[in-house]
Design a protein around this ligand. Structure first.
Ligand SMILES: [Zn+2]
Length: 369
């Protein structure tokens, strides 16, 4: 502020910035005398299209898919109309459909046949996600495959990491039995990420909010010869009630306790900047904010603070489901609301939006233009 109010080297008084002039009631531009008429720029659909500031494109979207081992027919998720758990083959077909609509990437979640305390199925060479990656790459090689890297769909307790009670032989006495151990979990995340890279994943997306997860995964990928694969960090993930329907979809609800010791408090925004800077330093290639709709201020702050990295926002299951539910009972136009919400997420600063409505949005965008 001070620098702007001093004269420059030639002794000229600096011009106030546009926003300062607006606050002072000045017009930022020389205008003819007479009333201002901003409605001129809204008078026809052609003009409105020309001056539209935010344009949602199919290329902005990432489509999540739930792939279940041992499944033959799609299993519709009751709380998420239009979303189903799919077999490996059906997931590949759905990925191809998304690609044909111009959607550049899918995000895979796996539901294994069996779960166990250590979540071993998460890094099995022939695990459900590993199979799905290969099937999708075989069918649509140019589609980007992103994989969720976490343990909650694979552990019988539904938690995102190694629990204190399973740490042998010496549990951490001062911590509760269901506490997710940080560094012990990192070693498992490394194995999951490498197994996804081996199967052909382009981008791995660790979602557990475990401290140091980006650095750990980066070094494991590099050591295994996958320096070319990217990491999309769930850098800012809140402990949100909006994840409710997802837990039915991915069968990953915690059997006891909650995720408050690793996911963020929804009341915090400054903490988001700290999480983001740590992940930048550790080597994240993308940053993510999750959920999206209730956290537009956080998306905006990250966009301003870290413009170098692509910013992703996850329009989560609860945000999707409440729009669908309101649409089904005739309270609002679900398709129009979904478009408006997704556009708002982009306007707030997201480059990419993970959306269950991605195919429907891509379809309507194609028909608009
Ligand atoms: Zn998890």
């Amino acid at each position: 502020m001070k620098a702007r109010n001093t004269s420059d080297a030639a002794g000229n008084e600096p011009r106030p910035r546009t926003d300062e002039r607006l606050r002072a009631g000045d017009s930022p531009l020389p205008r003819p005398a007479g009333p201002e008429r901003p409605r001129r720029l809204r008078r026809s659909i052609g003009v409105r299209r020309m001056v539209r500031e935010t344009r949602l494109a199919a290329a902005d979207l990432i489509y999540p898919l739930f792939v279940e081992e041992n499944r033959s027919e799609p299993y519709p998720i009751a709380s998420m109309p239009g979303v189903a758990r799919l077999s490996v083959g059906d997931a590949a077909a759905e990925a191809e459909r998304a690609c044909a609509l111009g959607i550049p990437a899918v995000l895979l979640f796996g539901i294994p046949r069996t779960k166990d305390p250590g979540g071993y199925g998460s890094y099995a060479p022939n695990g459900v996600v590993q199979q799905a990656i290969a099937a999708i790459k075989d069918r649509v090689p140019d589609l980007i495959v992103i994989t969720d890297v976490c343990l909650c769909e694979y552990t019988d307790h539904g938690h995102c990491g190694v629990l204190n009670r399973h740490k042998q032989p010496q549990p951490y006495a001062a911590l509760p039995a269901e506490y997710v151990l940080n560094d012990e979990t990192l070693a498992v995340l490394q194995r999951i990420a490498v197994s996804h890279a081996v199967a052909g994943a382009d981008i791995v997306a660790p979602s557990g909010m475990i401290d140091g997860m980006i650095a750990a995964i980066r070094s494991a990928l590099d050591e295994a010869g996958f320096a070319d694969r990217s990491i999309m960090s769930y850098a800012v993930k809140y402990a949100s009630a909006f994840y409710g329907p997802f837990r039915e979809a991915a069968d990953g609800a915690p059997q006891f306790g909650d995720r408050h010791t690793h996911q963020m408090d929804p009341a915090n925004a400054r903490e988001a900047l700290r999480e983001a800077v740590l992940d930048c330093r550790e080597g994240a290639d993308f940053l993510m904010v999750k959920p999206a709709l209730a956290y537009l201020d956080v998306i905006y702050r990250l966009r301003q603070q870290y413009p170098e990295l692509p910013l992703v926002a996850y329009n989560v299951s609860g945000e999707y489901s409440m729009v669908q539910a309101a649409g089904e009972c005739g309270r609002l136009d679900a398709a129009a609301i979904q478009w408006e919400i997704t556009t708002a997420i982009k306007r707030a600063g997201a480059d990419l939006i993970i959306s269950y409505a991605a195919p429907a949005l891509a379809h309507s965008i194609a028909n608009q233009d």
